[in-house]
Structures are given as C-alpha cells and as structure tokens.
Design a protein around this ligand. Sequence first.
Ligand code: HAM
Length: 416
Amino acid sequence: MSVQKFQAPKGVSEYFPPRSKLFEFVRECLISPARLAGYQLMELPVFEDTELFKRGVGESTDVVSKEMYTFTDRGDRSITLRPEGTAGAMRAVIEHGLDRGQLPVKIWYSGAYFRAERPQAGRYRQFYQVGIEAIGLDDPAIDAEVIAIADAGFKAIGLKKYRLELTSLGDSQSRAAHRIDLLKFISTLNLDEATAARAQINPLRLFDDKREEMKKAMSKAPLLMDYLSDESRSHFESVKGYLDALGISYQLNPHMVRGLDYYTGTTFEFIHDGLGAQSGIGGGGRYDGLMQELGGQSLSGIGFGLGVDRALLAAEAEGVVAEDRFVSDLFVIPLGDVAMVESLKIATTLRLAGKRVEVAFGARALKSSMKAADKSGARYVIVLGDEEMSSQSVELKNMNSGVSASVRIDSLINAL
Ligand code: HAM
C-alpha cells in the first residue's frame, strides 16, 4: 500500500530551522521601532467578511478582483482570507470604538496575509507582514514618523541597498480635478473592454499596467502631482521637510500607483535593489477616506505594511547574519539519570532568570553530546556527573575561548 505524502500548498512561504532564526530576527527588527514609538499590538482574525475588502481595498484592484481567497462558510457567509491588514484594522477600530478615545490611535500588527498571486521568488500566496496604522491625525509630522519607523526597521536589520520612493496622491479635490483630465486623456486611447472598465472605477490603475504598449501610452498622461490642491501641496512639502530634517533620503516618483485603492495624500514604497522583480519590501501611505467608507466617522489615517519575507530575502542578499541573541547561553550535558534530574532543575532555574539553556537528551556518549553543544552555538557548556553533583560545582567551559573555570552550581547565574 502506498502512503500519500503531503506537501505544503503551492506558493506559500514556510520558515524552519536554521533559516527561521533569520526570519525571527528580521520580523523582530521590523516590529521593534513601532513598539519604541508607542504603537500597541492589535491581533486580528485572518478572515473577514468579503465585502470589507471589496469596499476597503477597492474592486478595481488586482488584489480584490483576482487574488482573494474567498469561500462560503458553513453559515452561507462569504468569507475572505485577509489579503492585507489595513481594512481589518479599520474595521476593528470602528467596531470597538477605539476612535472615540485618544487620537491618534496607534497600532501595530504582524501576521500572515493571503493573495492568490502567481508564485515566484519573493511573491507568495501566504506571506508575512509587519504593519502599523496611525488613525485620526492630519499632521504631516505623523506621516514622517510613520516613514521613519519603517526606515528604522530596515536599518535595524542592517539593510543598506534600499531606497524610499515618495509621492502624494492628493486630497479628493486634487484627485477630482486630475480625474477629469485623465479620463479625457484615456478616452483618446484604444482600450480593450476590461481595461476600460477598470479605468472607469479607478483611472489611476492604468499607470500600473505592466504591458509595454500601455506603459508607453500612459507616459504621456497627466500626472496627479500637477493637480495637487494648495492644501495637499503644502502638506506634502511639510512631509518632505520633516524627512529632510530626519536625514531620510527619498526619490519622488509621481508615477507610483499602489495596488490598493484607499490611498490619498502621502504615499510611499521601499524598494530593495537585490531582489529582482519583487523588489517592494514595504509600502504605505495615507487613506483619509477609508474610515468613512467603512461606516465610521470621517477620520484620516496613515500606515505601512512591510514584507517580512522580502526583507528576509533582502537580508540574505546583503549577507546579513542574524544577531546571536537567539543562541543559548548554556548547554548542559548530564551523565546518567540522576544527573538528568539535576540538569533539568538547573535549566529550569536559569530559564526563569531569563537565560537560554539547552539540555542534552538521549543518554548519548559524552563525545557526541559535546558535538551537539558545539553545533548549537551555545556560549557555555557544563558536564554534570556524580562528581559534580557531590561537590556542587561544575567546569564552566567557554565555547568561544575553550577556557574552563570551576563554578559552584548555585552561582552559575552570575557566571553566565
Ligand atoms: P502592500 O504594498 O500591498 O500594502 O503590501 C505591503 C508589502 O507586503 C509589500 O511591499 C511586500 O513587501 C509585501 N507583499 C505584498 N504581497 C506579497 C506577496 N504576494 N508575497 C510576498 N510579499 C508580499 C499593504 O498591504 C497595505 N495594507 C499597507 C498599508 C498599511 N498601507 C497603509 N497602511
């Protein structure tokens, strides 16, 4: 009888040792600056009402029209695996009234997202993001802070070969003025039916068309940048001023089109040079109409989503090595059953004090346990036998220098 072998679904990203160590490091680096800036955790469901994404992300987007994992649940409800985090975050803020308290609401999140894209290097059907949202403040200073937090995350990883692209998609007044001229321009193009339909929902989408002939045609289209209202222009000038003051360099990209329809005003993307086609390691911007669109009050917002998978690939491309903050402080090798009991006690006590401690299991020969200790990368090793237990002291061996020192078991914590 042949037994079926299982494989992960096509196109998902998975992390397991030893690579998961770098993944953990990268994700931690991306989260940490948000925590340091007072953003608080929001943990949300991975599935939501399908309509939330249709309304929030927009029906003209590839994400909604082609890439959602949508199914009918047992209660006949249409459910979608979250393709991104902002719509769900906004849903939760409105539902739980967070917007009735202190503003801005500042939250961060991290987790798996789902898009049924064609899998390729750096593009997965299940991928990981770290994101933040700051809701309820129009001040351009917060735009700069949000961008600076993303930048600090990439810097913490040790990335160097990335750049920030920046634009403004203006307020509704700016976009309305631009839309009239853009639609006029588009009406002179010879479009297929599907493209014309997209243009009617959101003409900006055509700037994102990857076909060569469309790129060429759209290169002559009027740019939103040239239609910014005085208010949008001055907001954008301030954002740039703050970024300059913070020493965060950027390139203006008036052709930027984000893959989600909710963006307004300041919009940005981080691009890494070592990743080939899937070079966007993070992106975000303002979404000043989203809360109202989703049935909440009229509050503005800004945030970002950073791609943990791609930041990891970028780290690997740049030869970043995970900091050894995940390496064990001590590796304990027991000789015999009684020593095992003692070893587990020592390990438990030290772990309570915040030390990383591994125990060698499986009654192996000392030589093979020493090999395991070496491979684990642990900083120190002790061997625990009858002699050590009766004297209550061990030889604490520094695996880096090879030097050993005699230490009492109850002083191990200090010695480490
Ligand atoms: P997004 O640009 O669609 O924005 O995604 C953010 C990041 O997620 C991308 O820059 C990329 O690194 C990563 N990413 C997206 N799709 C994939 C994929 N299929 N495989 C691997 N990585 C991927 C958003 O999702 C917005 N919610 C960000 C935001 C928050 N804007 C305002 N607030």
